[in-house]
Design a protein around this ligand. Structure first.
Ligand SMILES: [Zn+2]
Length: 125
C-alpha cells in the first residue's frame, strides 16, 4: 500500500555506490519527506553485473577500504577483481533499515545482455 507519494530515481554507477548514494537517498527521503524506512520499496535496475564488472586493483582497493575486505560483493580471484554493485547497494540499503523483501534487483547485466539495451551513439549510425 502506498503511504506517501514520494519517489526517488537515482543513478549510482560505481562511484555513486562507493559514495553511498543509496544511503544518502534514504536519508533525504526520511528527512525531507518524512518517509518511514519500513515503507520504502527499492528497485535496482539494469546495470553492469557482477559477471562483467571487472576492475583494476586501485578501484577494488577503494571498495575494500570503504566497505571492508570481507564484503560479499567483492570478489578477488585469479580471474581478476570483480565488484557486485547490485548486492553492494542492497547491503547498504539493508544497513539503512530497508526491508530485504522490499528490495528487488532486476539482475539484467547491460554488458553481457547488451542486445536488450539501447547504446547511445551506436544506434545513430
Ligand atoms: Zn554481465
Amino acid at each position: 500500500m502506498i503511504k506517501k507519494k514520494v519517489i526517488a530515481v537515482v543513478y549510482g554507477g560505481w562511484q555513486g555506490t562507493l559514495r553511498r548514494i543509496a544511503k544518502k537517498t534514504v536519508k533525504r527521503m526520511k528527512q525531507e519527506f518524512g518517509c518511514n524506512v519500513l515503507d520504502i520499496i527499492v528497485g535496482i535496475g539494469p546495470s553492469i553485473g557482477p559477471c562483467c564488472f571487472e576492475v583494476k586493483e586501485d578501484v577494488f582497493s577503494m571498495f575494500e577500504n570503504e566497505f571492508g575486505i570481507d564484503y560479499q560483493a567483492l570478489a578477488k580471484s585469479k580471474k581478476g577483481f570483480y565488484i557486485d554493485l547490485w548486492n553492494m547497494n542492497k547491503s547498504i540499503l539493508l544497513k539503512e533499515g530497508i526491508l530485504s523483501e522490499n528490495i528487488e534487483i532486476n539482475k539484467q547485466c547491460t554488458v553481457c545482455g547488451e542486445d536488450e539495451f539501447f547504446q547511445f551513439g551506436e544506434n545513430l549510425i
